[in-house]
Design a protein around this ligand. Structure first.
Ligand SMILES: C[S@@+](CC[C@H](N)C(=O)[O-])C[C@H]1O[C@@H](n2cnc3c(N)ncnc32)[C@H](O)[C@@H]1O
Length: 295
């Protein structure tokens, strides 16, 4: 008979925090409840799930988030699977930066409604979190990605988390912001665009990324060419094409993007029609940047 105590004290299981997470996941007990029930037996089926999960973590180097199938992001639980990267803590800074900016922008006039674009949405964490933090702010939300599997996860997260939104929503399979250039009717809303596009230089990822990241998470979600900026460049060009087509310079797009410090300087030199403002810094090197057309 295996009890919680005998399992937790078993020297074969060296990663106690992983074991404890798996116990909590499959028994639905809190940490305190596990301690209260230390001498209770664990039923066979639950024990098997815990042991399978532990072996997948240790032997297959499968991240815990994929084993349990969810992750916490900005205070909410999101589904994830192996088609979606695991959201990183720095990306939470973007949600905060966007919310701060909206509260300043809306204080200037009484009622303002925005369109929200989440480009490269993957599991939907950014668009959904911005919407949850700013209810009654958007009447159009577009979540887009090049990966259909990712959009399926984004849809599931939307259904799970968004309850009272009355506006228009679309999940779009698109190369970056390409769908904007095909837009038939332009919106008169101010557009807020959030994107955490792949920005790691190819070589840096291949030489330095952790083994379990390389082996388990989709490369497509991380790498952005020689200097990591291929996708941001392409997206800026798409937006310029759209603006030229619809003559929409007067309808602002305010972009919130994640990238590395030195990349901001490169983009500033290449896109002098754009204004870059650093809003948040994570671990010295990762920035949340606001980018918009210069006046
Ligand atoms: C770093 S992940 C970001 C995912 C999520 N927004 C987040 O912050 O955790 C980058 C995302 O960009 C998407 N992506 C890569 N190339 C793309 C492209 N050409 N067009 C649209 N999305 C793309 C990937 O599928 C992935 O979802």
């Amino acid at each position: 008979m295996t009890t919680y105590e005998s399992l937790l004290k078993n020297p074969d299981f060296k990663k106690k925090s992983v074991l404890e997470t798996l116990i909590k996941e499959y028994t639905h007990l809190t940490r305190e409840e596990i301690w209260i029930h230390l001498n209770d037996p664990i039923d066979e089926k639950t024990l098997q799930l815990i042991l399978d999960g532990y072996h997948q973590y240790i032997e297959d180097k499968k991240p815990l988030e994929y084993i349990v199938g969810h992750v916490d992001f900005f205070g909410k639980e999101f589904y994830v699977n192996e088609h979606t990267i695991i959201p990183r803590p720095e990306t939470e800074y973007m949600v905060r930066a966007v919310s701060n900016w909206i509260s300043i922008d809306t204080s200037k006039q009484q009622k303002k409604t925005y369109t929200l674009l989440d480009i490269g949405t993957w599991s939907g964490i950014l668009g959904i979190s911005v919407l949850l933090q700013n209810p009654d702010t958007f009447n159009q939300v577009f979540l887009s990605d090049i990966s259909e599997e990712a959009l399926e996860v984004a849809k599931k997260n939307w259904e799970r988390l968004i309850k009272n939104y009355q506006g228009e929503k679309q999940f779009l399979k698109s190369n970056l912001a390409d769908f904007l250039t095909n837009e038939k009717e332009e919106t008169s809303n101010h557009i807020i665009l959030v994107a955490n596009l792949p920005y790691i230089p190819d070589e840096t990822f291949d030489n330095n990324a952790l083994e379990n990241v390389q082996k388990r998470e989709p490369r497509l979600a991380f790498v952005g060419g020689d200097d990591g900026l291929d996708l941001y460049r392409e997206m800026f060009e798409q937006i310029a094409t759209r603006d030229a087509k619809h003559n929409t310079y007067k309808v602002p797009i305010t972009m919130f993007l994640e990238m590395m410090t030195r990349q901001i300087e490169i983009l500033k030199k290449e896109f002098d029609r754009l204004e870059f403002e650093e809003l948040e810094t994570f671990h010295f090197n990762i920035k949340i940047v606001k980018v918009q057309q210069k006046n």
